[in-house]
Design a binder for this molecule. Structure first.
Ligand SMILES: Cc1cc2nc3c(=O)[nH]c(=O)nc-3n(C[C@H](O)[C@H](O)[C@H](O)COP(=O)(O)OP(=O)(O)OC[C@H]3O[C@@H](n4cnc5c(N)ncnc54)[C@H](O)[C@@H]3O)c2cc1C
Length: 532
C-alpha cells in the first residue's frame, strides 16, 4: 500500500508559483514571470538531468530572408502526418523570432556571420534554412548556460535542486501544490509545497525505454502525475525515435545529430550500401520515423547501420560537431575516417499533458510547458528543432496568462513537512524499472502490433501489482497511457507504426485524448478478451 502523509493546506496566507523542472521550459517560464516570486523544483542540479542541455541541433524559427511563417507551418504540418493543430502551430511559429530575440537578450551566443547576422542552418524536413545553432552542435548547452546565469541573477527565482516531485495535490477542482522528495529523491522526508499555480515542465519519457537519448530524469513522471490527478493526456502513443543514436552500448545513448545528415552524411549498412535510397526519395533527409524504421530494419537483419560522415564532414568534424566527435572518440571511433555505428533510440514524446494556447491543462491551477505537454503542434511526428521552440513559446504564454490571472502575492510560504515514508530507492537501479524499459522497447517500440501491445499491457499490470512506490506508480501510469493509446489506434501514422495496421486510416485522422481511467478501461477490455 502506498502511504501518503500529506495534509492538504488551504491557500490561506500562501501564495506561490511552483515550477516542476529546470530545463528550458521551466527556466524560461521563471524568467518571464520575474519579478514575481517562483520556486523551481528540479530533480537534478539545473543544467543536468535535462534534455534541453543536450540539444545539439538548435531552435527552428522562420527568420531567413526567403522564409515565411507559412512555410514553417507547412513543414510542421507535413511532418506531423495529418493531425497537427494548425492554429496552435501558426501561433507558435509566429512567435518564434521574438522568443529567439529574448534568448539573445538573456545572453545566448547563437552563431552569427561576419556581419553579425544570425546564421540559419537547414535540417531534415525543413524546406528552408531556419535553425539557429551554437558552434555546430552546442545549442542546448549554450542556451542552458545563459539561462542558468540569468536565473541565478534573478532574486525572485528560488531554485531547489535535487527535489523530485512525486505527487500533485488536488483540492476539489484545483491543483493546490506538489509533494517532493529532497536529496535527488533519496530522502525519506517528503516536503509539501502549497501553491496557487503549479507549472509542470518535467520533460520527456525516454527512460521508459531501454534505448534512449534522454537523461535518466526523463522518465515520464510528469505525465503520470498529471494523469493520476485527473488531467487529460493527448497523443501518448506518439513517440519519436531518433534514427541515429550512436550504437556503443551507452545508456543514455549519445546522439549523432540530424545536422550531420543535413550536411550530407550518408547512412550505409555493413556492405557499404546506402539503404535509405530504396526507401524514400529524400533518403537520409526523409522524416525521422521513416529513417528510424530503415535503420531498425538493417540492424534487425544483422547488416548493421552506420552514419558515414567521412566525405561530407571529414576533417572538419572536430570543429563542426565537437560533442558528437567526443562521444565517438571515447568509444574508439574516429568519425573523420570511420563510419559511426547507429541505432534508433527513443528521443522525443509528441504526446503528453493536454494544454491550450495559454499552457493551461484540463485541471485548474495546473499549467504545463515543454516536452511533458501535448499542445498539438507536433501531431504524430515532431519536426526537428520545433521542440525547443515550443518550450519557449508556451513557457512565455504561461507567464503572461498567470500574470493576468493571479494577483501579485503578499505572503509567501516556502513549503512544509509532508511526512516520511520508506520510498527512497534510486529508481534507476530498480529491477522493476529495468524490466519496464525492456518491455516498452520490445513491445511499444519502433514497430508495434496488437500482440506486442497486449503483451506490454500484461507486463505493466504485473509490475503494477508488485509496486509499492509512488514514483514508479507515476511511471507505470505513463506506460499504461502509451500502451493503451497505441493499442486503440489501429493504423500507422508518424511515430506510431503498427505492423498489423501498416497504413494510415481516415477514421484515425485525429488526435487521441484520454484520461488514466480511459486507459484503464482499454486495458481491462483487452485483458478480459484475451486472458493470458
Ligand atoms: C540528445 C538530445 C538532443 C536534442 N536536440 C534537440 C534540438 O536540437 N532541437 C530541439 O528543438 N529539440 C531537441 N531535443 C529535444 C529537446 O531537447 C527537448 O524536447 C526539450 O529540451 C525539453 O525541454 P523541457 O524543459 O520540457 O525538458 P527538460 O529539458 O528535459 O527538463 C526537464 C526538467 O524536469 C526535471 N524533472 C523531471 N522529472 C522531475 C520530477 N519528478 N520532479 C522534479 N523535476 C523533474 C529534470 O531534472 C529537468 O530539470 C533533443 C533532445 C535530446 C535528448
Amino acid at each position: 500500500m502506498l502511504t501518503d502523509h500529506f495534509r492538504p493546506q488551504s491557500f490561506n496566507g500562501i501564495d506561490d508559483i511552483v515550477i516542476v523542472g529546470g530545463g528550458l521550459a521551466g527556466l524560461f517560464c521563471a524568467l518571464k514571470l520575474a519579478p514575481r516570486p517562483v520556486t523551481i523544483l528540479a530533480a537534478a542540479p539545473i543544467g543536468h538531468g535535462a534534455s534541453s542541455a543536450w540539444a545539439q541541433g538548435g531552435i527552428a524559427a522562420a527568420m531567413s530572408p526567403g522564409d515565411t511563417i507559412d512555410k514553417h507551418v507547412a513543414d510542421t504540418l507535413v511532418a506531423g502526418a495529418g493531425i497537427v493543430d494548425e492554429k496552435m502551430t501558426r501561433m507558435m511559429v509566429a512567435e518564434g523570432p521574438a522568443r529567439i530575440h529574448d534568448l539573445l537578450e538573456y545572453g545566448v551566443p547563437f552563431d552569427r556571420d561576419l556581419e553579425g547576422k544570425l546564421i540559419l542552418s537547414r535540417e531534415a524536413a525543413h524546406s528552408e534554412r531556419r535553425i539557429v545553432r551554437v558552434k555546430g552542435d552546442m545549442a542546448g548547452k549554450a542556451i542552458m548556460e545563459a539561462l542558468i546565469a540569468a536565473v541565478r541573477k534573478t532574486p525572485s527565482i528560488r531554485v531547489l535542486e535535487g527535489y523530485v516531485v512525486e505527487d500533485l495535490v488536488r483540492e476539489g477542482r484545483f491543483i493546490a501544490g506538489v509533494i517532493a522528495r529532497p536529496d535527488a529523491g533519496q530522502s525519506k522526508k517528503r516536503v509539501s509545497f502549497p501553491a496557487r499555480a503549479v507549472i509542470l515542465c518535467s520533460g520527456g519519457v525516454g527512460h521508459l525505454f531501454a534505448v534512449t537519448t534522454n537523461p535518466t530524469e526523463a522518465c515520464g513522471q510528469g505525465v503520470g502525475m498529471a494523469a493520476r490527478a485527473g488531467a487529460i493526456i493527448a497523443d501518448p502513443e506518439f513517440v519519436q525515435f531518433h534514427p541515429t543514436a550512436i550504437n556503443i552500448g551507452r545508456d543514455p545513448a549519445p546522439l549523432a545529430t540530424e545536422a550531420l545528415r543535413g550536411d550530407g552524411a550518408q547512412l550505409i549498412n555493413s556492405a557499404g550500401r546506402r539503404f535509405m535510397l530504396d526507401i524514400h526519395p529524400d533518403a537520409e533527409l526523409a522524416p525521422r520515423d521513416i529513417v528510424s524504421r530503415g535503420v531498425f530494419a538493417e540492424v534487425q537483419a544483422g547488416r548493421g547501420a552506420f552514419l558515414d560522415c567521412t566525405k561530407a564532414v571529414g576533417k572538419h568534424f572536430p570543429d563542426m560537431f565537437p560533442t558528437v566527435y567526443a562521444s565517438c572518440v571515447a568509444a574508439g571511433i574516429d568519425p573523420v575516417t570511420q563510419a559511426i555505428p547507429v541505432v534508433p533510440a527513443v528521443h522525443y514524446h509528441m504526446g503528453g499533458v493536454l494544454t491550450d494556447a495559454a499552457g493551461r491543462t484540463s485541471i485548474d491551477g495546473l499549467w504545463a510547458a515543454g516536452e511533458v505537454t501535448s499542445t498539438g503542434v507536433h501531431g504524430a511526428n515532431r519536426l526537428a528543432s520545433n521542440s525547443l521552440l515550443e518550450a519557449v513559446v508556451f513557457a512565455a504564454r504561461i507567464a503572461e496568462n498567470i500574470k493576468g490571472m493571479l494577483p501579485e502575492p503578499k505572503i509567501t510560504d516556502w513549503g512544509g513537512n509532508a511526512g516520511e515514508n520508506d520510498d527512497p530507492v534510486t529508481l534507476e537501479d530498480s529491477p522493476a524499472l529495468k524490466r519496464l524499459r525492456l518491455v516498452m522497447s520490445e513491445n511499444v517500440g519502433v514497430i508495434r502490433s496488437r500482440e506486442s501491445l497486449t503483451r506490454a499491457i500484461r507486463e505493466i499490470s504485473t509490475l503494477e501489482r508488485e509496486n509499492t512506490r509512488l514514483r514508479f506508480t507515476n511511471i507505470l501510469a505513463t506506460a499504461k497511457l502509451m500502451a493503451a493509446a497505441a493499442l486503440q489506434r489501429t493504423e500507422s501514422r508518424g511515430g506510431h507504426y503498427r505492423s498489423d495496421w501498416p497504413e494510415p486510416r481516415a477514421e484515425w485522422k485525429h488526435r487521441s485524448f484520454l484520461t488514466l481511467a480511459d486507459a484503464e478501461r482499454i486495458i481491462a477490455e483487452v485483458t478480459e478478451l484475451e486472458p493470458a
